[in-house]
Design a protein around this ligand. Structure first.
Ligand code: SF4
Length: 204
């Protein structure tokens, strides 16, 4: 696994299994019990940003996106907190022949953005992976500790339904953290007609 460090040492882009992952913010509206940010070793190197990178810095860190199987907006943090930056960089990626663009998100953009980002993703984003985390609002809040409380879960489901209309591949994911009912969560994804992914919990 290689990374592309900013001259000042910030890891903005790093490679995993043929994909290029973008680290554009460390902020999040959740505080999930299993969050990798609680794990000091993280992805094997320090993804804490001294400040959030600009669009230009992100593009420079990417370089030529065309060799990568996919480019992924992910964390340390919730990328859609910088929704305008994600859309601008995604447009740039398209014009520079990125094969596939994915966003990993907590699905709460409707609660923290003051505009609807879903239509802006049409034709740009190929895959969106949304953290379902649980099969109902109460369990979601126990695990995700959202600043929005239990209303976060309904917002996440509504966001998922709207993404389904404009993004070719929509995935709901759970981490098999102790207490998570994976089968019930899978049934929620099936009821929405989207894909489901069970991610394994890395305890350390
Ligand atoms: S949504 Fe993601 S970045 Fe945010 S706290 Fe949960 S695991 Fe961490």
């Amino acid at each position: 696994m290689k990374n592309k460090s900013h001259p000042k040492g910030m890891v903005i882009a790093y490679q995993v299994d043929g994909g290029l992952y973008l680290n554009i913010t460390n902020r999040c509206t959740n505080d999930c019990l299993f969050c990798i940010r609680n794990n000091e070793t993280g992805m094997g190197y320090n993804l804490w940003l001294e400040r959030e990178p600009t669009v230009k810095e992100i593009e420079e860190a990417i370089g030529d996106p065309s060799p990568y199987a996919e480019v992924v907006f992910c964390g340390y943090g919730e990328p859609l907190l910088r929704g305008d930056v994600v859309i601008e960089v995604a447009r740039w990626l398209k014009t520079h022949h990125a094969k596939k663009i994915r966003i990993n998100t907590n699905g709460l953009a409707d609660l923290f953005l003051n505009y609807d980002i879903v239509p802006l993703m049409k034709g740009l984003i190929d895959t969106i992976s949304i953290s379902l985390n649980a099969h109902n609002a109460e369990e979601y809040q126990k695990i995700s500790q959202s600043c929005f409380g239990e209303r976060a879960y309904e917002a996440l489901l509504g966001f998922t339904k709207r993404c389904r209309e404009v993004i070719p591949e929509v995935i709901l994911s759970v981490v098999d953290y102790p207490g998570v009912d994976v089968d019930k969560a899978r049934a929620v994804a099936a009821s929405l007609g989207v894909q489901f992914r069970n991610r394994h919990y890395l305890s350390d």
